[in-house]
Design a protein around this ligand. Structure first.
Ligand code: NAP
Length: 473
């Protein structure tokens, strides 16, 4: 077929623009939405390595923040768009190669997020008792990859390194009364373990100062309202240098000023004899993790801030301080993972791109955290995905315009490998079953946490529906 002849009709009913989106989190769904809003005829095939969609909204958002999961209602509507196909349980790079995708689709848009973590670079980082926040968050959210992790919650002292919103989630889940978590969709195994937790002192430790934390002030303020828990900040830590003061005076830095205000209001708090305590420490970097086979001490070096306002860096002073603890969560940010054939910036953990176009390969695009790194809230990904889709649509005249087989072609080859590909209908059956199980125990849902169980529920419900015994959602 002559592409020069066909290029004019790409994006019409006779030759729909077929885009493969890799990943089914917020940026993937927002990219699909932007594509469907274009005047072209578009087919979107969304590939997801798990059997179920929604990425970090399902597996990252804390269970006690259900409002933040509301975007799934929007995603559900997007999934009803004519021309949308969900291909769950398909791993790109393992079940489908990049070359296969480039053959079956006109463009590939990566929205696969940041699945790994930054490292501290310390020896003993992986000693027993030391975990990434990702593991803990995945565990309490019932992520199949993390459901079998265990955390020694018999420890009384837990340390969290990093001062961003993930660190706050970890601290809050450790500190919150268990009865306030029971009515959430937290995985049952996590509720059981947290109910027996003896963690009492939670230390949140940042390498820079109180004016440079990455917390959003609403999340920070919530820690101060937890029942049976006191937040503790030393007044000495709030002596700010002139660069910090000018940072706080900048109107665009409103969030940091609110954070400092909140810290100030906590300086009068004293450690209570009973209950839990969240301690904030600033200007300390971990330099040693020690223990005989399992963690029992972390050594921090005290820092001072150097550099101009908004570019202040932590510089070690040589002064050391030890903290005895049995449980450590490293919460210093996520990293995207490489994928065979796709350019990768290993220092940032992203697919390097310009305006969403992956550098060096014509028909590859990126949106969300794999494009810009792990920053922003869920809504940030909408504008980000729209910008990438604008680039993709502007490139239309340069794409290989020959008709492509899309999901149909892919599914045929996946079926030959005996891979069970889950549809959006399958997800709806899993969703209905999770909600049914949740209702029995007074939760919005009881997540199915094992891949084989998800596949079994999808297959079983599908068969029953086909036999007419069950109404499909
Ligand atoms: P983050 O906001 O980037 O925070 C990372 C923290 O780790 C910062 O305090 C950073 O300090 C510190 N850090 C980085 N490298 C370090 C090192 N080598 N040693 C010591 N500290 C180090 O990342 P995050 O908490 O993982 O959150 C990721 C994104 O998800 C953020 O945009 C966050 O707002 C979002 N999120 C939102 C919510 C919510 O809205 N409820 C909940 C969870 C996550 P420096 O500033 O000095 O680099």
């Amino acid at each position: 077929m002559n592409s020069a002849i066909d290029s004019g009709n790409l994006g019409t009913a006779g030759n729909p623009l077929r885009v493969a989106i890799v990943g089914s989190g917020p940026s993937g769904f927002y990219a699909a939405e932007a594509l469907f809003k274009s005047p072209l005829t578009v087919r979107v095939d969304m590939l997801e390595r798990l059997p179920v969609p929604f990425g970090l909204v399902r597996y990252g958002v804390a269970p006690d923040h259900p409002k933040l999961k509301q975007p799934t209602l929007v995603f559900d509507k997007i999934a009803q768009s004519p021309g949308f196909t969900f291909l769950g349980n398909v791993t790109v790079g393992r079940d489908v190669s990049l070359e296969q995708l480039r053959t079956s689709h006109h463009a590939i848009l990566f929205a696969c997020g940041a699945e790994s973590d930054r490292r501290l670079g310390l020896s003993n980082e992986d000693i027993a008792g030391s975990h990434t926040a990702t593991e803990f968050v995945g565990w309490y959210n019932g992520h199949p990859d993390y459901r079998d992790r265990s955390f020694d919650l018999s420890q009384e002292v837990a340390v969290i390194i990093g001062q961003g919103n993930v660190a706050i989630d970890v601290a809050r889940i450790l500190a919150k009364p268990i009865d306030e978590l029971r009515g959430t969709d937290m995985a049952e195994h996590a509720l059981d373990a947290l109910a027996a937790s003896r963690v009492r002192d939670i230390h949140l430790i940042g390498r820079r100062g109180p004016a440079q934390t990455s917390f959003t002030f609403k999340e920070l303020r919530e820690l101060g309202d937890l029942a049976g828990c006191v937040t503790i900040v030393s007044g000495n830590d709030l002596q700010l240098n002139s660069a910090c003061l000018s940072e706080l005076e900048d109107k665009t830095n409103f969030n940091a000023a609110k954070n400092v205000e909140i810290f100030q209001s906590w300086t009068s708090h004293r450690a209570a004899a009973a209950g839990k305590r969240i301690w904030f420490h600033f200007l300390q970097s971990p330099v040693g993790i020690a223990g005989n086979g399992r963690l029992d001490r972390i050594t921090f070096e005290r820092n001072r801030l150097t550099g101009p306002a908004f570019a202040q860096l932590a510089q070690g002073t040589g002064e050391m301080v030890d903290l005895d603890c049995g449980l450590l969560f490293r919460s210093i940010g996520y990293r995207g993972l490489p994928l065979p054939g796709v350019p990768y910036d290993s220092s940032r953990g992203v697919f390097p791109s310009t305006a969403g176009r992956i550098d060096g390969i014509a028909d590859l695009y990126a949106a969300g955290w794999i494009k810009r790194g792990p920053s922003g809230i869920i809504g940030t990904n909408r504008a980000d995905a729209v910008a990438t889709v604008q680039s993709l649509l502007a490139d239309l005249p340069h794409l290989d315009a020959r008709p492509k087989s899309g999901a149909e072609g892919l599914c045929a080859s996946l079926a030959r490998c005996n891979l069970r590909v889950l549809s959006y209908g399958d997800w709806r059956r899993i969703d209905a079953e999770e909600q049914r199980r949740g209702a029995i125990v007074g939760k919005p849902r009881e997540k199915i946490t094992q891949l084989s169980d998800m596949l079994a529920v999808a297959a079983h419900s599908h068969n029953r529906a086909q036999e007419g015994q069950m109404a499909l959602p």
